[in-house]
Design a protein around this ligand. Structure first.
Ligand SMILES: [Mg+2]
Length: 408
């Protein structure tokens, strides 16, 4: 029997984004696994949950019992779920899938039933401080072979999600009263249709365009914007509503034909069920480590298949290459795969994580090595410590013109 001998967190930021990876070591010499536990706004809380709680609870367990380890570790806190505990659990869970693949000598996608496509088509981000800058970036992506592009453009003078005016992407934070913290929902919903009008004029109709509202506007404006964007035939319209307002999806569905994507803020499989059961969304966007890892995510993918909902797993920069590999494993085996969000790696990330999945022709390609087929160079990872940040990675407040708080 192969048992767990050590569980520990590794913190690194090769692209200046706080990543947490969990390494599980075993009684079999040289057999180790890696899992993604990245919650970039609360990374240190996840590290504590892994090192102080999961490690003592799970050392000595049989590595082959992934489902039982998942269930027992989750219940060991009595109060369960939430992004901190789920990410900690995901770190261990994904590492055990990595180990199982290495023991079998096959990639995780083969453990899950085998490939039903050759590669996963991705979408990338075009984010500008003006409409023209955004569309220029999209043009560049298309020239580089991408077929799906998310467009985000700043409202002049405001902190707008997905652009470099947004404070959480800034290295320095001046506090909640600077003009950059301001975001006017009405200003934004006036600008967004213009962005897509210009984009269709300049880019044509063959490229697939996407947009992320990031839950920043009230429900009535989200429904209005869905209707206003309909003429531009978006691939999907993302996070128009926050998790607290999911009842409004029923109204959005009744009033608009726009394809709807939702889910990166969900922290459990069960939370997704009302939207799935009523077929109120077209794409599920869960962040795998936020719901606890591969074990719950593979069940979610299959549930969605039964309801005709496609997958579009969350894949921003605050997802480690191990997390991206887990996304890709599900992309490869799911008949209901829709699209994969992806953020191309910088050279430092490629060096810290040897074996990263290849990006070419607008797709990511599995490496076909056992497990995730990705390792971590721990000595090099230490050379990229978490960058200094006044709130250790937490997002600053964003406010409406009257000072009222806006969702991030
Ligand atoms: Mg998003």
């Amino acid at each position: 029997m192969t048992t767990i001998t050590s569980i520990r967190s590794i913190c690194t930021a090769p692209a200046d984004i706080r990543l947490v990876v969990v390494k599980v070591e075993t009684s079999e010499p040289g057999l180790t696994g890696l899992g993604c536990a990245t919650f970039t706004q609360r990374p240190l809380a996840v590290v504590e949950a892994v090192d102080k709680y999961l490690a003592p609870f799970l050392i000595g367990r049989n590595v082959s019992e992934i489902e039982d380890i998942y269930q027992s570790a989750q219940l060991s806190s009595y109060w369960r779920e939430g992004p901190v505990l789920n990410n900690a659990l995901s770190g261990v869970d994904m590492a055990l899938w990595d180990i199982k693949g290495k023991q079998a000598g096959i990639p995780v996608h083969d453990l899950l039933g085998g490939k039903c496509r050759k590669a996963a088509r991705v979408y990338v981000h075009a984010s500008g401080n003006s409409i023209d800058e955004t569309v220029d970036q999209a043009q560049q992506h298309i020239e580089n072979g991408f077929t799906h592009v998310r467009l985000q453009s700043a409202v002049p003078g405001q902190s707008t999600y997905g652009t470099n005016t947004d404070l959480h992407t800034h290295e320095t934070i001046d506090g909640p009263t600077t003009p950059q913290n301001v975001f006017g929902p009405a200003d934004y919903v006036r600008l967004a249709p213009k962005l897509f009008e210009v984009a269709r004029d300049r880019l044509g109709w063959e490229v697939e365009l996407l947009h992320d509202v990031h839950e920043r506007i009230p429900p009535y404006l989200a429904i209005q914007l869905a209707r206003d964007l309909e003429p531009y035939r978006l691939f999907f319209y993302e996070d128009a509503l926050p998790p607290e307002e999911i009842e409004y999806f029923r109204q959005m569905r009744q009033q608009s034909s726009i394809p709807i994507a939702m889910g990166e803020l969900f922290v459990s499989l069960k939370q997704c069920m009302p939207l799935i059961e009523e077929r109120l969304i077209d794409y599920i966007r869960v962040h795998l480590s936020m719901i606890g890892g591969m074990t719950p995510a593979r069940k979610l993918a299959t549930i969605c298949e039964a309801f005709g909902i496609r997958t579009a797993w969350h894949g921003p920069g605050d997802c480690s290459p191990i997390g991206h590999a887990a996304n890709l494993a599900l992309d490869m085996v799911s008949p209901n795969f829709g699209i994969q969000e992806f953020t191309p790696y910088n050279q430092a990330t490629l060096d810290v994580f040897p074996g990263c999945n290849n990006l070419r022709d607008g797709c990511i390609w599995p490496n076909d090595r056992p497990g995730w087929g990705i390792e971590i160079d721990e000595a090099l990872a230490k050379e990229f410590p978490f960058p200094d940040h006044p709130y250790n990675g937490a997002w600053p407040a964003i406010r409406d013109r009257d000072g009222g708080i806006i969702r991030p």
